[in-house]
Design a protein around this ligand. Structure first.
Ligand code: TXA
Ligand code: MG
Length: 343
Protein backbone atom coordinates (compact mmCIF):
# COMPACT_ATOMS: atom_id res chain seq x y z
CA UNK A 1 0.00 0.00 0.00
CA UNK A 2 1.25 3.48 -0.83
CA UNK A 3 0.82 5.53 2.35
CA UNK A 4 -0.22 9.15 1.72
CA UNK A 5 1.73 11.68 3.74
CA UNK A 6 -0.44 14.66 4.69
CA UNK A 7 1.32 17.64 6.28
CA UNK A 8 -1.02 19.90 8.22
CA UNK A 9 1.61 22.30 9.46
CA UNK A 10 1.12 24.92 6.71
CA UNK A 11 -1.67 27.16 5.57
CA UNK A 12 -4.02 25.35 3.21
CA UNK A 13 -4.11 22.25 5.36
CA UNK A 14 -7.92 22.11 5.23
CA UNK A 15 -7.65 20.07 2.02
CA UNK A 16 -5.36 17.57 3.76
CA UNK A 17 -7.65 17.42 6.80
CA UNK A 18 -10.67 16.77 4.56
CA UNK A 19 -8.71 14.02 2.80
CA UNK A 20 -7.88 12.39 6.16
CA UNK A 21 -11.53 12.62 7.24
CA UNK A 22 -12.71 11.09 3.94
CA UNK A 23 -10.34 8.14 4.35
CA UNK A 24 -11.65 7.57 7.88
CA UNK A 25 -15.30 7.86 6.77
CA UNK A 26 -14.71 5.28 4.07
CA UNK A 27 -13.16 2.72 6.41
CA UNK A 28 -9.44 3.45 6.00
CA UNK A 29 -6.70 3.85 8.59
CA UNK A 30 -5.04 7.21 9.25
CA UNK A 31 -2.26 7.98 11.72
CA UNK A 32 -3.25 11.15 13.54
CA UNK A 33 -1.28 13.62 15.66
CA UNK A 34 -2.36 14.32 19.24
CA UNK A 35 -0.72 16.26 22.06
CA UNK A 36 0.23 12.96 23.80
CA UNK A 37 1.45 10.54 21.13
CA UNK A 38 0.44 9.74 17.54
CA UNK A 39 -2.67 7.58 17.21
CA UNK A 40 -3.61 4.95 14.63
CA UNK A 41 -7.15 6.03 13.84
CA UNK A 42 -10.22 4.54 12.20
CA UNK A 43 -13.94 5.15 12.42
CA UNK A 44 -15.09 3.55 15.66
CA UNK A 45 -18.35 2.69 13.89
CA UNK A 46 -16.89 0.61 11.05
CA UNK A 47 -16.18 -2.88 12.31
CA UNK A 48 -13.71 -3.94 9.58
CA UNK A 49 -11.76 -0.71 9.98
CA UNK A 50 -11.38 -1.27 13.72
CA UNK A 51 -10.36 -4.88 13.05
CA UNK A 52 -7.60 -3.58 10.73
CA UNK A 53 -6.16 -1.49 13.58
CA UNK A 54 -5.59 -4.67 15.59
CA UNK A 55 -4.03 -6.36 12.57
CA UNK A 56 -1.62 -3.55 11.69
CA UNK A 57 -0.42 -3.09 15.28
CA UNK A 58 -0.23 -6.79 16.03
CA UNK A 59 -2.43 -5.93 19.03
CA UNK A 60 -3.89 -8.66 21.24
CA UNK A 61 -7.67 -8.95 20.68
CA UNK A 62 -8.48 -8.51 24.38
CA UNK A 63 -7.00 -5.00 24.52
CA UNK A 64 -9.74 -2.36 24.03
CA UNK A 65 -9.32 0.91 22.11
CA UNK A 66 -10.19 4.37 23.34
CA UNK A 67 -12.44 6.61 21.25
CA UNK A 68 -11.48 10.18 20.38
CA UNK A 69 -14.31 12.69 20.41
CA UNK A 70 -14.78 16.38 19.74
CA UNK A 71 -16.03 17.45 23.16
CA UNK A 72 -18.05 16.71 26.28
CA UNK A 73 -21.34 16.46 24.36
CA UNK A 74 -20.09 13.06 23.16
CA UNK A 75 -20.21 11.63 26.70
CA UNK A 76 -23.96 11.33 26.67
CA UNK A 77 -24.00 9.96 23.15
CA UNK A 78 -21.68 6.99 23.73
CA UNK A 79 -21.75 6.44 27.50
CA UNK A 80 -24.42 5.62 30.08
CA UNK A 81 -24.66 6.40 33.80
CA UNK A 82 -22.30 9.36 33.30
CA UNK A 83 -21.53 10.88 36.72
CA UNK A 84 -21.47 14.65 37.18
CA UNK A 85 -17.70 14.44 37.83
CA UNK A 86 -17.13 13.38 34.23
CA UNK A 87 -18.46 16.73 33.04
CA UNK A 88 -16.38 18.58 35.61
CA UNK A 89 -13.24 16.74 34.46
CA UNK A 90 -14.10 17.41 30.80
CA UNK A 91 -14.55 21.09 31.52
CA UNK A 92 -11.23 21.28 33.32
CA UNK A 93 -9.00 18.99 31.26
CA UNK A 94 -10.52 18.62 27.77
CA UNK A 95 -9.27 18.95 25.19
CA UNK A 96 -6.27 17.33 26.85
CA UNK A 97 -4.38 14.23 28.00
CA UNK A 98 -7.20 12.60 29.99
CA UNK A 99 -9.14 9.44 29.08
CA UNK A 100 -12.27 8.65 31.07
CA UNK A 101 -13.53 5.08 31.35
CA UNK A 102 -17.33 5.00 31.61
CA UNK A 103 -20.14 2.49 31.14
CA UNK A 104 -20.76 2.21 27.40
CA UNK A 105 -23.99 2.49 25.47
CA UNK A 106 -24.87 -0.42 23.15
CA UNK A 107 -24.10 1.82 20.12
CA UNK A 108 -20.36 1.52 20.87
CA UNK A 109 -19.26 -1.57 18.92
CA UNK A 110 -17.89 -4.51 20.94
CA UNK A 111 -14.91 -4.63 18.60
CA UNK A 112 -13.75 -1.28 20.01
CA UNK A 113 -14.14 -2.23 23.67
CA UNK A 114 -12.97 -5.83 23.27
CA UNK A 115 -16.29 -6.94 24.72
CA UNK A 116 -15.97 -4.87 27.92
CA UNK A 117 -19.05 -3.03 29.20
CA UNK A 118 -17.07 0.20 29.54
CA UNK A 119 -15.45 2.53 27.00
CA UNK A 120 -12.47 4.89 27.23
CA UNK A 121 -13.24 8.38 25.88
CA UNK A 122 -10.81 11.21 25.19
CA UNK A 123 -10.92 14.63 23.53
CA UNK A 124 -7.38 15.22 22.21
CA UNK A 125 -5.77 18.66 22.25
CA UNK A 126 -4.55 18.94 18.69
CA UNK A 127 -6.29 21.24 16.20
CA UNK A 128 -5.71 18.93 13.22
CA UNK A 129 -7.21 15.87 14.86
CA UNK A 130 -10.11 17.81 16.37
CA UNK A 131 -10.89 19.05 12.85
CA UNK A 132 -10.63 15.53 11.39
CA UNK A 133 -13.08 14.23 14.02
CA UNK A 134 -15.45 17.07 13.17
CA UNK A 135 -15.21 16.56 9.41
CA UNK A 136 -15.58 12.76 9.63
CA UNK A 137 -18.52 13.15 12.01
CA UNK A 138 -17.66 9.94 13.89
CA UNK A 139 -15.67 9.08 16.99
CA UNK A 140 -12.18 7.92 16.02
CA UNK A 141 -10.94 4.73 17.66
CA UNK A 142 -7.18 5.01 18.05
CA UNK A 143 -4.46 3.25 19.98
CA UNK A 144 -0.93 4.64 19.93
CA UNK A 145 0.46 4.30 16.38
CA UNK A 146 3.42 2.06 17.27
CA UNK A 147 3.80 -1.61 16.53
CA UNK A 148 2.73 -3.39 19.75
CA UNK A 149 5.60 -3.57 22.24
CA UNK A 150 7.53 -0.54 20.89
CA UNK A 151 7.59 2.93 22.46
CA UNK A 152 4.68 5.09 21.32
CA UNK A 153 5.52 7.45 18.43
CA UNK A 154 5.92 11.13 19.25
CA UNK A 155 6.86 12.30 15.74
CA UNK A 156 5.49 11.55 12.27
CA UNK A 157 8.91 10.03 11.46
CA UNK A 158 8.46 7.48 14.27
CA UNK A 159 5.08 6.56 12.79
CA UNK A 160 6.59 6.17 9.32
CA UNK A 161 9.31 3.96 10.74
CA UNK A 162 6.74 1.62 12.32
CA UNK A 163 3.79 1.46 9.90
CA UNK A 164 4.68 3.04 6.53
CA UNK A 165 2.93 1.10 3.78
CA UNK A 166 0.43 -0.44 6.21
CA UNK A 167 -2.04 2.45 6.50
CA UNK A 168 -3.81 4.72 4.01
CA UNK A 169 -2.33 7.97 5.37
CA UNK A 170 -0.11 9.60 7.98
CA UNK A 171 -1.05 13.11 9.09
CA UNK A 172 2.04 15.06 10.15
CA UNK A 173 1.01 17.57 12.80
CA UNK A 174 4.49 18.10 14.26
CA UNK A 175 6.08 16.71 17.41
CA UNK A 176 3.82 15.71 20.32
CA UNK A 177 3.84 18.23 23.16
CA UNK A 178 3.22 15.88 26.10
CA UNK A 179 5.10 12.85 24.77
CA UNK A 180 3.45 10.14 26.92
CA UNK A 181 0.00 8.58 26.54
CA UNK A 182 -2.99 10.10 28.32
CA UNK A 183 -3.91 9.61 31.95
CA UNK A 184 -6.69 7.01 32.25
CA UNK A 185 -9.23 7.41 35.05
CA UNK A 186 -11.93 4.79 35.56
CA UNK A 187 -15.15 6.55 36.60
CA UNK A 188 -17.25 3.38 36.39
CA UNK A 189 -16.09 2.34 39.87
CA UNK A 190 -16.21 4.04 43.24
CA UNK A 191 -13.91 5.58 44.27
CA UNK A 192 -12.57 6.47 40.79
CA UNK A 193 -9.43 4.56 39.94
CA UNK A 194 -6.27 5.69 38.14
CA UNK A 195 -5.45 3.02 35.55
CA UNK A 196 -2.56 4.78 33.79
CA UNK A 197 -0.69 7.94 34.86
CA UNK A 198 -0.15 10.64 32.22
CA UNK A 199 -0.09 14.36 31.55
CA UNK A 200 -2.95 15.05 33.99
CA UNK A 201 -1.50 14.14 37.38
CA UNK A 202 -3.19 12.21 40.18
CA UNK A 203 -2.82 15.32 42.35
CA UNK A 204 -4.89 17.29 39.80
CA UNK A 205 -7.51 14.52 39.66
CA UNK A 206 -7.81 14.42 43.47
CA UNK A 207 -8.50 18.15 43.51
CA UNK A 208 -11.66 17.45 41.50
CA UNK A 209 -12.63 13.94 42.61
CA UNK A 210 -11.46 13.73 46.21
CA UNK A 211 -10.50 10.11 46.80
CA UNK A 212 -8.83 8.36 43.85
CA UNK A 213 -7.47 4.82 44.12
CA UNK A 214 -4.51 3.65 42.07
CA UNK A 215 -4.44 0.40 40.09
CA UNK A 216 -1.58 -1.84 41.24
CA UNK A 217 -0.21 -1.99 37.67
CA UNK A 218 0.75 1.70 37.91
CA UNK A 219 3.51 1.14 40.46
CA UNK A 220 4.68 -2.43 40.11
CA UNK A 221 4.81 -5.54 38.00
CA UNK A 222 1.75 -7.73 38.56
CA UNK A 223 2.08 -11.23 39.99
CA UNK A 224 1.05 -14.19 37.83
CA UNK A 225 -2.77 -14.31 37.76
CA UNK A 226 -3.28 -10.64 38.76
CA UNK A 227 -5.25 -8.60 36.20
CA UNK A 228 -4.87 -4.84 35.65
CA UNK A 229 -8.11 -2.95 34.97
CA UNK A 230 -6.61 -1.51 31.77
CA UNK A 231 -5.81 -4.66 29.78
CA UNK A 232 -2.98 -2.88 27.95
CA UNK A 233 -1.00 -2.37 31.15
CA UNK A 234 -0.16 -6.06 31.37
CA UNK A 235 1.78 -6.25 28.13
CA UNK A 236 5.51 -5.74 27.79
CA UNK A 237 5.76 -2.27 26.44
CA UNK A 238 7.88 0.69 25.53
CA UNK A 239 11.00 -1.43 25.21
CA UNK A 240 14.10 -0.98 23.15
CA UNK A 241 16.08 -4.14 22.38
CA UNK A 242 18.64 -3.43 25.12
CA UNK A 243 18.20 -4.28 28.80
CA UNK A 244 17.08 -1.18 30.71
CA UNK A 245 17.93 -0.60 34.41
CA UNK A 246 16.71 2.36 36.47
CA UNK A 247 19.28 3.65 38.96
CA UNK A 248 17.61 5.44 41.87
CA UNK A 249 20.00 7.75 43.75
CA UNK A 250 21.99 10.97 43.58
CA UNK A 251 23.84 11.98 40.40
CA UNK A 252 27.19 11.13 42.03
CA UNK A 253 26.06 7.69 43.19
CA UNK A 254 24.52 6.88 39.81
CA UNK A 255 27.70 8.01 38.03
CA UNK A 256 29.88 5.92 40.35
CA UNK A 257 27.71 2.84 39.70
CA UNK A 258 27.66 3.33 35.94
CA UNK A 259 31.35 4.08 35.65
CA UNK A 260 32.20 0.92 37.62
CA UNK A 261 29.85 -1.29 35.57
CA UNK A 262 29.72 0.07 32.01
CA UNK A 263 31.18 -1.55 28.94
CA UNK A 264 31.61 -0.65 25.26
CA UNK A 265 27.90 -1.31 24.56
CA UNK A 266 26.42 0.67 27.46
CA UNK A 267 24.26 3.78 27.11
CA UNK A 268 23.12 6.20 29.80
CA UNK A 269 19.90 8.22 29.98
CA UNK A 270 20.85 11.13 32.20
CA UNK A 271 19.50 14.56 33.09
CA UNK A 272 20.48 17.88 31.47
CA UNK A 273 24.05 18.95 32.18
CA UNK A 274 25.20 15.57 33.58
CA UNK A 275 26.76 14.09 30.45
CA UNK A 276 30.33 14.77 31.61
CA UNK A 277 29.86 12.63 34.75
CA UNK A 278 29.56 9.40 32.79
CA UNK A 279 32.22 7.33 31.06
CA UNK A 280 29.74 5.30 29.00
CA UNK A 281 30.20 5.50 25.19
CA UNK A 282 26.67 6.86 24.66
CA UNK A 283 25.09 9.37 27.01
CA UNK A 284 21.78 11.06 26.25
CA UNK A 285 19.90 13.56 28.37
CA UNK A 286 16.14 13.18 28.53
CA UNK A 287 15.44 16.49 30.26
CA UNK A 288 15.38 18.40 33.53
CA UNK A 289 14.00 16.59 36.63
CA UNK A 290 12.87 19.94 38.07
CA UNK A 291 10.56 20.11 35.03
CA UNK A 292 9.26 16.53 34.70
CA UNK A 293 7.20 17.53 31.66
CA UNK A 294 10.51 17.82 29.75
CA UNK A 295 11.31 14.19 30.68
CA UNK A 296 7.85 13.09 29.48
CA UNK A 297 8.30 14.91 26.20
CA UNK A 298 11.62 13.25 25.35
CA UNK A 299 11.52 9.79 26.96
CA UNK A 300 10.09 7.80 24.04
CA UNK A 301 12.22 9.58 21.44
CA UNK A 302 15.31 8.76 23.54
CA UNK A 303 14.30 5.10 23.95
CA UNK A 304 13.83 4.86 20.20
CA UNK A 305 17.20 6.51 19.58
CA UNK A 306 18.86 3.95 21.86
CA UNK A 307 17.13 1.04 20.13
CA UNK A 308 20.21 0.25 18.05
CA UNK A 309 22.47 -2.67 17.28
CA UNK A 310 25.49 -1.40 19.19
CA UNK A 311 23.71 -0.89 22.55
CA UNK A 312 23.05 -3.86 24.86
CA UNK A 313 22.50 -2.12 28.16
CA UNK A 314 20.86 1.17 29.17
CA UNK A 315 21.18 2.73 32.62
CA UNK A 316 18.67 5.47 33.37
CA UNK A 317 18.46 8.17 36.00
CA UNK A 318 15.25 7.76 38.01
CA UNK A 319 12.60 10.46 37.41
CA UNK A 320 10.73 12.08 40.32
CA UNK A 321 7.60 10.06 41.15
CA UNK A 322 5.12 12.87 41.71
CA UNK A 323 3.15 15.03 39.27
CA UNK A 324 3.87 14.14 35.63
CA UNK A 325 7.00 12.36 36.92
CA UNK A 326 4.84 9.40 37.97
CA UNK A 327 3.89 8.80 34.32
CA UNK A 328 7.54 8.98 33.27
CA UNK A 329 8.48 6.55 36.06
CA UNK A 330 5.66 4.17 35.05
CA UNK A 331 6.74 4.01 31.37
CA UNK A 332 10.43 3.73 32.20
CA UNK A 333 9.70 0.95 34.75
CA UNK A 334 7.88 -0.97 32.04
CA UNK A 335 10.80 -0.51 29.65
CA UNK A 336 13.05 -1.76 32.46
CA UNK A 337 10.84 -4.77 33.26
CA UNK A 338 10.65 -3.11 36.70
CA UNK A 339 14.38 -3.43 37.35
CA UNK A 340 15.24 -0.60 39.74
CA UNK A 341 18.51 -0.52 41.68
CA UNK A 342 18.92 1.86 44.61
CA UNK A 343 22.42 3.29 44.61
O1 TXA B 1 -2.81 9.37 24.74
C1 TXA B 1 -3.42 8.35 24.43
O2 TXA B 1 -4.27 7.80 25.18
C2 TXA B 1 -3.12 7.73 23.07
C3 TXA B 1 -3.53 8.73 21.98
C4 TXA B 1 -3.42 8.18 20.60
O3 TXA B 1 -4.83 9.19 22.25
N1 TXA B 1 -3.76 6.46 22.91
C5 TXA B 1 -3.37 5.37 23.57
O4 TXA B 1 -4.08 4.23 23.27
O5 TXA B 1 -2.45 5.35 24.36
P1 TXA B 1 -3.55 2.76 23.62
O6 TXA B 1 -4.52 1.86 22.96
O7 TXA B 1 -2.14 2.63 23.21
O8 TXA B 1 -3.74 2.67 25.16
C6 TXA B 1 -5.05 2.64 25.68
C7 TXA B 1 -5.07 1.94 27.00
C8 TXA B 1 -4.78 0.45 26.92
O9 TXA B 1 -3.95 0.09 28.01
C9 TXA B 1 -6.15 -0.19 27.08
O10 TXA B 1 -6.10 -1.46 27.68
C10 TXA B 1 -6.85 0.83 27.98
O11 TXA B 1 -6.39 2.07 27.52
N2 TXA B 1 -8.32 0.84 27.82
C11 TXA B 1 -9.05 1.14 26.72
N3 TXA B 1 -10.37 1.00 26.95
C12 TXA B 1 -10.50 0.61 28.24
C13 TXA B 1 -11.61 0.27 29.08
N4 TXA B 1 -12.85 0.32 28.65
N5 TXA B 1 -11.35 -0.10 30.37
C14 TXA B 1 -10.07 -0.15 30.83
N6 TXA B 1 -8.98 0.15 30.07
C15 TXA B 1 -9.19 0.52 28.80
MG1 MG C 1 -0.23 2.01 23.26
Amino acid sequence: MNTEYLSVKDAGSEVALQRAADIISSGGLVAIPTETVYGLGASALIDEAVAKIFEVKGRPQDNPLIIHVHGAEALEKWCSEVPEEAYTLAEKFWPGPLTMVLKKKPCVPDRVTAGMDTVGVRCPDHPATLRIIELAGVPIAAPSANISGKPSPTTAQHVRHDIDGMVEAIVDGGDCRVGLESTIIDLSVSPPRLLRPGGVSIEQLREVLGEVSVDAAVYRKLEAGEQPKAPGMKYRHYSPRAKVTILDGTADNVAAYVNANCGPRTAVLCFDGEEALFNAPVCLSYGDPEKPETLAEKLFACLRELDREDIDEIYSRCPPKDGVGLAVYNRLSKAAGNTVIEV
